[in-house]
Design a protein around this ligand. Sequence first.
Ligand SMILES: NC(=O)c1ccc[n+]([C@@H]2O[C@H](COP(=O)([O-])OP(=O)(O)OC[C@H]3O[C@@H](n4cnc5c(N)ncnc54)[C@H](OP(=O)(O)O)[C@@H]3O)[C@@H](O)[C@H]2O)c1
Length: 330
Amino acid sequence: MTDEFPEPRQGRSVTRRTFIGVSLASGAALLAGKSDVTFGAQSSTTPKMATNTTFKLGGDLTVNRLGFGAMRITGEGVWGWPPDRENALKIVTRAVELGVNLIDTADAYGPETSELLIAQALHPYPNGVVIATKGGLTRPGPGQWVPNGRPEHLKQAVEASLKRLRLERIDLYQLHAVDPKVPLEESLGALKQMQDAGKIRHVGLSNVDPHEIARARKIVPIVSVQNRYNIEDRKSENVLIYCEKDNLGFLPWFPIGGGGGLKPENPLNLAAKAHGVSVVQVALAWLLERSPVMLPIPGTSSFAHLEENVAAANLKLTPEEWKAIDAIAG
Ligand SMILES: NC(=O)c1ccc[n+]([C@@H]2O[C@H](COP(=O)([O-])OP(=O)(O)OC[C@H]3O[C@@H](n4cnc5c(N)ncnc54)[C@H](OP(=O)(O)O)[C@@H]3O)[C@@H](O)[C@H]2O)c1
């Protein structure tokens, strides 16, 4: 359904305020903290605000809800090696040190280089670290993304990701996109076979609509969906609602607007000013409070941004701020 794939632009123009409000130590402590899945105190006039810090993927993998997207640790155009490999390795290591234990990647990122860097940085993986990879999109060149959902391709892709990630089983394997040339049932049938063979723990989807999720679930249990979603782009609201209803994890990609960033709309700026944090942090806090199944995976190749993003898990908006930001939706 969603046919927009990433074409990251260089540079970025998000208005950022100096980050002073949320300590990293408390952010990490919070990430490592409570495991309750509850909502905040409600009244008829306040929105539902999710307060759980963790989520159980597939009912058995507890992850801190603020994750890390590893698409940005590759070269320009999500192609090849990054200009500074050491930096990329340190970013991944630092994310885990800060308490992140859900790392999203794909065989298509690089291609291959994102998975290879993750393994180099983290293997042997610390307990509880969940690597969520994807297959089903191929890369003929920089900035190009071509679906291939043929069963043979997907089975080879799983084997290749296992090798690159140095894993015996992939905790979460997501079908990156539906291939319009291949019936969804055939693609998911291949992933089910890999799951039955013990090579995949859980299966997820990406870039799908609710109808496709329902079709997929007839073939294999689905534990998560990854679609484009942020304050300004809520075309996948119906998918989020579906996931919330059935307790599937929802991984919003472009959670902070991708390379172009979010417009620093007034309510975002106002809340950022009130809390002494950045607009990006407010955007992430808004997402986390939007739903208990929301698992944002912001991507960065910058230490300062990584630390800022992780600390956003500790930021609590007031119901009034949350509602004002909610109203920005286009
Ligand atoms: N399933 C799919 O089809 C799909 C598509 C796209 C992405 N994804 C996944 O979703 C993840 C996130 O998507 P994304 O990386 O495209 O979008 P994003 O997380 O919304 O935005 C990343 C961009 O924001 C910048 N940034 C990050 N933190 C910042 C901060 N605190 N302040 C200012 N700028 C900041 C980054 O630049 P710096 O490096 O300078 O920080 C980068 O340019 C990806 O890594 C990937 O895992 C999936």
